[in-house]
Structure formats: C-alpha cells, structure tokens
Design a protein around this ligand. Structure first.
Ligand code: CA
Length: 288
C-alpha cells in the first residue's frame, strides 16, 4: 500500500501535464498535501495510536485464603508454593506459604529495624529487599536460612528477575537491572506511558518477557517492555477485593506472582484476606 501521507504518483503526473496554470495547480496540490499531513484519515490515526497501551480487565478463576495480617510487599510462586515478603517494622518476614490454605509452612521474622520489601528467587536462593535500610537478604531457598546481606544504594520497593538480572523498583519511574550476585547496577530504564514517566512502581513480576508492576496506591498493574521501558498495557483490577472482605487495616493491591507451569497469574494486597488467580480480559480499544 502507498503510504497515506505521501503524494500519490497519479497527482505528480497530472502536475507535469498542466503547463497552462502551474502556479494554481501547485497551490492546490500543496494545499491537498497539507491537509493530508495535518488531518490524516482514520487509517493513519489508527497507525498513530499503536503506542497507546492496551487495557485489560480481569476474570477471577479461583480464590484462595491469604493471611490478613500479611502486609504483602513481595510475592512469587515456585514449585508449588508461594514465597512472600511482608513489611512493617516488627511484622516483617519472609515466608513459604501453602497456596490452597494460605498457611505459612515456614516463617522467618526480620529484626524490628528492618521493613521487608520486594522478593524474588535467584537459582537456589531467595533475595529480599528492605525499604530504607539499603540492605538486602539472601536466603537458602529450601531452608529459608539467612546466607548473607547485600548492600544497595536506593530504597527497596519491588523485585523480580529476568533470568539474567535482578530487576528492582524504588518507587520512582526507574527500574534497576542488577547483577544477581554482586547487586551492582548493570543498566536502568525509565518506565513511560506514551512518553510520560510512570511513578510509584511497586511490586514486580517478570512474566513471559514482560515486567508487570503494581502502581502504588492504585488498583492498576502496568505491563512494561524490559527493553524500552514503554508501558504496553494497563491491567485494571478495580473491585477485585469485594468491599465485604475489607477491614479497617485492609490496604492496597500489592503482590503479583506467576506460576509458569500452570500459566497462572496470582495477585493479592497488603493485609488482604484473599489471594486471586486471575485471567486477563482485553477490553475493546477506546473503552474506558
Ligand atoms: Ca512478584
């Protein structure tokens, strides 16, 4: 197909065949070209909107119990179990949790001075961030025994991994790609929605080549290209936790885990009594 914003070959040939009134024809041709460029037709508008993120709603496939005292800051699923990092001073922990019952199989409390944050698996270890202490903890995956502490130079919010690097958020629009052993920064990206930075990136999960990020204080999850930082989709989880399940200490949506074996997306929130297996449902383009 001929590009819509370029003059067609027919118009150019007609111009050459109009020696009697070249100036008038040139003016008409330029005017036509101006309107084609300034007011592209529906097809061109459609092509120009390709960078607008897709919007997804959800369907709840299954509901599981979740500890309503777990202030969820990090969540992953690995080989049949959830692993969860909880926050708040004096209530922070890392725990291995049975999905179907919501019961912790093992809980490792953090000293009161630490506020637990993002959590991910790296090989046979778990890595946990802390909020403002600028130190992370590395645990043995099978025993949850503490192996070592690792310093890093930013606030700890969310954490995931892409098979090569750890990926951390700090509440800003930036995501940091870190050496998984040394915690040294390899690169960083700025997350943008149609060019505008997206702040308050929180809990993370790497799912099939994309980074999913909770946006703090909202019911939304951004789908992010790890190469460009572009938001390619928004997941609207409004109404996921029914009002009848909310208590005074029920807090915001936070916590995304992915079960690769069964292709399940699992989400919950801080002090939520439930955890949900959801299926994404793409909304029609242009719907709110
Ligand atoms: Ca996660």
């Amino acid at each position: 197909m001929h590009p819509k914003n370029e003059p067609s070959p027919v118009l150019v040939r007609q111009n050459l065949k109009a020696p009697g009134c070249p100036s008038l024809f040139s003016v008409l041709l330029l005017t036509l070209l101006f309107f084609l460029v300034a007011f592209p037709g529906p097809k061109a508008l459609s092509a120009g909107s390709r960078n607008r993120p897709a919007v997804y709603g959800y369907k709840v496939t299954q509901t599981f119990p979740h500890d309503p005292e777990a202030f969820t800051q990090g969540l992953i699923f690995y080989e049949g179990y959830l692993y969860e990092s909880t926050g708040l001073h004096g209530k922070s922990s890392v725990r291995k949790v049975h999905l179907e019952t919501g019961q912790a199989v093992k809980t490792i409390p953090l000293p009161e001075r630490y506020f637990g944050e993002g959590l991910t698996r790296w090989k046979d270890t778990l890595v946990q961030l802390t909020w403002q202490s600028r130190v992370g903890f590395v645990y043995d995956l099978s025993t949850l025994g503490l192996m070592k502490k690792m310093p890093y130079p930013f606030e700890g919010w969310g954490l995931t991994e892409d098979g090569q690097s750890l990926i951390a958020s700090d509440g800003s629009p930036q995501l940091y790609f870190l050496d998984p052993v040394l915690f040294q920064e390899r690169r960083r990206i700025v997350v943008r929605d149609q060019g505008l930075p997206v702040a308050r990136l929180n809990e993370l999960e790497f799912i099939n080549g994309e980074i999913f990020a909770n946006i703090f204080l909202t019911d939304r999850i951004a789908r992010i290209s790890p190469d460009t930082g572009d938001v390619t989709g928004w997941i609207d989880l409004t109404g996921l936790l029914p009002s009848s399940d909310r208590r005074p200490n029920t807090d915001v949506l936070n916590g995304i885990a992915y079960d690769r074996q069964r292709d399940r997306i699992l989400v919950t929130g801080k002090n939520w009594p439930k955890l949900f297996h959801i299926r994404l449902v793409k909304r029609n383009p242009g719907s709110p």
